[in-house]
Design a protein around this ligand. Structure first.
Ligand code: FAD
Length: 420
């Protein structure tokens, strides 16, 4: 049966049937191809291979040999982490779990034939396909900026060389210079990410360039953990950060990467470093697969199956799933639900109701950590929030330090859950 959005939504019976009817292959084992070896994809590949104990053939397609986590990449900018400490390789997934790790780009998906074609020329067959390609940027969303300008005005919203470049540009600013950020519109990867980055940039500048200024042009009237960030900016970086929200023209912005200028609501400013974070959409392979509606790929929260093709599961940032923020924690949580559903469908193993959780920690200054989080359940319409929590303004220093330390433990845990 090919499910479309109309007959898939609310169709719990169809989902239950899909989960309990194992696919018996005429020959060999069922095959799962995972595209994207990040927070969603690496976790899903690892859990399917580990828990099926060799009963499912798992291939992971990922172009890079080292995955640099976006999570904690702001801490690298602030000087709290080295770049090496946020880089991870795929060796263990191959040696410990027998995952076939292919370093290549997926460039085509034939949903009828159930094949994935790779840039290198080979073709992979699948019984279930998992797509977790993260995000791509929407062309033209910031006037004057294209991907060709990413070396002059880095986005640093895919970690690695972009993050390294942005940090080098901040460090090279003249004394008293200006750093600008163009923040993205909703929805986007990591809601507190731009504001943690502002905090970490301010931390770096405070030590090396204390008279420097930071301008943020924001198309939104408010942002994640806003009260907490603004309190922290006042406490630690007083007078350094000028956040211009939508009501003050922050969304009316253009950049000129050659002239290194930023124009906010008609006012032109010459800047010394500029971080442009454009509007986002699902990683392009989702569009190529024909499973997007608008900018994102709609999924059922019960299984993370695409609402357009039941043989494809979409995880993480690329998915339109409901209430969860686009975060590494969310992608990892969704991956475990999808892995269980895929094993259930392909080997008949038991499937439990989907439950999800997320916490996003942010560091504002040394030992000043804050967090926001929630638990979620799958309904027929979406992944729905059950309850949540958020740090409070005015918290004691030892609680903030404990929150930061908690985030270090989380980082070790999630990266082990993806790669070890
Ligand atoms: P990704 O982790 O980006 O993985 C996608 C992978 O797919 C990439 O490795 C890419 O190379 C690969 N890929 C793409 N297209 C193809 C293709 N065609 N073929 C093969 N492979 C392909 N989240 C948190 O939980 N906590 C945080 O503290 C946090 N901080 C952040 C800070 C910053 C500055 C940023 C930018 C993000 C942060 N995030 C954080 C968000 C988190 O990084 C993402 O939400 C998470 O990585 C999403 O996982 P994903 O699997 O969807 O995508």
């Amino acid at each position: 049966m090919k499910l479309d959005r109309r007959n898939f939504i609310g169709s719990s019976a169809a989902i239950a049937a899909a989960l309990t009817a194992p696919t018996v292959m005429a020959s060999g084992k069922p095959r799962v191809v995972v595209v994207g070896g990040g927070a969603g994809g690496a976790t899903a590949a690892r859990y399917i291979a580990k828990d099926s104990k060799g009963a499912i053939d798992v291939t992971l397609v990922e172009p890079t040999r080292s995955y640099y986590t976006c999570f904690f990449s702001n801490l690298y900018i602030g000087g709290f982490r080295t770049l090496d400490s946020i880089g991870h390789s795929y060796g263990n997934l191959a040696t410990e779990y027998g995952i076939n790790v292919v370093h290549d780009w997926a460039v085509g998906i034939d949903r009828g034939a159930k094949t994935v074609s790779l840039a290198g020329g080979s073709t992979l067959n699948y019984d279930r396909l998992i797509l977790s390609p993260g995000i791509d940027f929407i062309d033209g969303s910031v006037e004057g900026w294209t991907i060709n300008a990413q070396n002059k005005m880095p986005h640093a919203y895919k970690a690695g060389s972009q993050t390294e470049l942005l940090k080098a540009q901040i460090e090279a600013m003249p004394q008293g210079g200006i750093f600008a950020m163009v923040a993205p519109p909703n929805p986007y990867r990591c809601p507190p990410g731009p504001y943690e980055r502002i905090s970490m940039t301010a931390h770096l500048l405070k030590a090396k360039n204390p008279t420097a200024k930071i301008i943020v042009a924001d198309p939104k009237p408010k942002f994640s953990k806003m009260g907490l960030f603004q309190e922290g900016w006042g406490n630690h970086y007083s007078g350094m950060i000028d956040w211009i929200g939508s009501e003050f023209g922050g969304g009316n912005v253009s950049v000129d990467p050659d002239a290194m200028t930023v124009t906010i609501d008609g006012e032109v400013t010459k800047v010394d470093a500029c971080n442009v974070i454009p509007a986002m959409k699902a990683g392009r392979i989702c569009e190529i697969a024909g499973i997007t509606e608008g900018n994102w790929a709609p999924v059922s929260g019960h299984t993370m199956q695409s609402r357009i093709d039941e043989n494809i599961h979409v995880l993480g940032d690329a998915s339109a799933q409901g209430d969860m923020p686009k975060s590494g924690y969310s992608a990892n949580s969704q991956a475990k639900v999808a892995a269980m559903a895929v094993r259930g469908a392909l080997t008949g193993s038991k499937v439990f109701p989907a439950k999800f959780s997320n916490t996003c920690w942010s560091l504002i200054d040394t030992n000043d950590g804050v967090k926001v989080g929630a638990t979620y359940e799958a309904t027929d319409e979406k992944i729905a929030k059950i309850d949540g929590f958020v740090s409070k303004t005015g918290e004691a220093a030892d609680l903030r330090k404990a929150t930061y330390e908690e985030s270090i433990g989380w980082y070790s845990g999630i990266t082990a859950d993806m790669f070890s």
